[in-house]
Design a protein around this ligand. Structure first.
Ligand code: GDP
Length: 425
């Protein structure tokens, strides 16, 4: 029995998609267990460049079973659209399974997300407006709709009606919009349900049987540790747990079945959306790093915002690895730093008159300043290198320094966006 979780140690966009794609080759199942289509994993392989939002990153291997677990925010149309796009671009039909216990992102979740960000104005959180926060809010106040409800019309109608009762009051009186009736939504949902049907099953049974057969399962986290609602930079967090510890819950497997946790760590920092970001840089310095890292980013393009950039933050990343329970790390985007003479790395924070290496709560983080150490750059293109000891000495030194700072063995070093641009140590 062997489950590996691939998770982010930073703010998301660490390159989890690429690492999952690499590790998927040795797995029978790749599983999404939280989040929805509110972030993108970029994958470049023999079929082209893809941004996966909802589909697990194993979809490029025809023998891998790709599973949407009960913990995911399932936008059915996004799911179907992504699948169709893959197939239309020549990817062999992937095996996809959707939990009958997963809940559906409903059209009004997206509307409420948009209306709320508009109402908050300057105080907004930088939502991607995909309906994820209203979706999880409904789930936990027990007003959600499960996939299985789509196949029982009276039940679906009753679920929608109870959810819309309070929403209509908010729509009319808080947002000044017309109320919505369940009947307006039913036909569209039933159409989606028919198209989704071939993929729906009880994924808990699927995993129970897979584990009994000793098959390998890969859990794929979305976003990163610092966006976790409990352990991250609340309230600039996402609405479901981004931690490996949530994988057993969101997928439906025993917690002790997870043997390895691969924390994906970026060689510098980037983040999308609002919130404290201690090592942030600006101006031409940031533009250059963003440009070289390709970090204008598909995600940024979707939301019309480019990623915020910063130097490597060992305080945040070490903390990210701790809360993820990392057993090993994958360091990505090392190639991007090859243009610098010196590379600053943040080793501690100064906040409230003291220096600390422990990641502070958001209230203290807001005014933390980075303590920077400068490491020598290597000034060369390392994207063709496949062995650690063939990297320039300064690049090796950079990896080893980060390994020491985060206190987790770096087993993988990624030197480019493509599947084969990886060094295993
Ligand atoms: P994810 O959501 O964690 O999968 O990350 P994203 O896909 O949002 O962002 C990672 C970006 O970095 C994508 O554009 C990837 O193609 C790219 N990428 C991943 N690993 C590497 C790497 O080692 N080097 C370079 N240059 N780009 C990489």
């Amino acid at each position: 029995m062997s489950i590996t979780a691939v998770v982010g140690a930073n703010w998301g966009d660490e390159g989890k998609g690429k690492i999952t794609d690499v590790l998927a080759a040795q797995s029978r199942y790749v599983v999404r267990y939280q989040g929805g289509s509110n972030a993108g994993h970029t994958i470049i392989n023999q079929f082209g460049k893809f941004a996966l939002h909802l589909l697990p990153s194993g979809v490029f291997y025809p023998e891998v079973v790709n599973v949407i677990g009960p913990g995911v925010a399932l936008n059915v149309q996004d799911f179907l659209r992504e699948r169709e796009e893959l197939v239309s671009r020549g990817v062999p039909e992937p095996i996809l399974r959707v939990s009958n216990r997963a809940q559906i992102v409903l059209p009004y979740h997206k509307w409420f997300d948009e209306l709320e960000e508009e109402r908050l104005g300057e105080r907004k959180f930088g939502s991607t407006k995909s309906g994820i926060a209203p979706f999880y809010a409904d789930k936990y106040v027990k007003l959600g709709v499960q996939v299985a409800d789509l196949y029982n019309v009276p039940r679906l109608k009753a679920r929608l009606e109870s959810s819309l009762e309070a929403k209509s009051v908010l729509l009319q009186h808080l947002y000044g919009k017309p109320a919505i009736q369940a009947d307006e939504l039913i036909d569209g949902l039933l159409e989606d349900a028919e198209r989704l049907k071939p993929f729906v099953c009880d994924t808990s049974v699927l995993f129970q049987e897979a584990l009994a057969r000793g098959e390998r399962i890969l859990m794929e986290g979305q976003l990163g540790a610092l966006r976790d609602p409990d352990h991250g930079i609340y309230p600039y967090s996402t609405s479901s747990s981004t931690l490996s510890g949530f994988a057993p819950v969101g997928a439906g497997v025993p917690p002790y079945a997870i043997k390895k946790v691969v924390a994906v760590v970026k060689a510098y920092s980037s983040c999308v959306g609002a919130g404290p970001f201690v090592t942030e840089i600006s101006g031409e310095e940031a533009d250059e790093l963003r440009r070289r890292g390709g970090d204008a980013g598909e995600y940024g393009a979707t939301t019309g915002r480019s990623r915020r950039m910063g130097w490597f933050d060992a305080v945040a990343t070490r903390y990210g690895c701790i809360v993820q329970g990392a057993t090993e790390a994958a360091l990505t985007n090392l190639d991007v730093l090859g243009y610098l003479d010196e590379i600053p790395v943040c080793t501690a924070y100064r906040t409230d008159g003291e220096t600390t290496t422990h990641f502070p709560v958001t209230a203290r983080l807001e005014h933390a300043m980075p303590v920077l150490e400068k490491l020598p750059g290597w000034r060369s293109d390392i994207s063709g290198i496949r062995k650690f000891d063939e990297l320039p000495v300064n690049a090796q030194h950079y990896v080893l320094r980060i390994e020491k700072l985060i206190d987790v063995p770096i087993r993988w070093v990624s030197v480019g966006p493509k599947r084969e641009q990886i060094i295993e140590r």
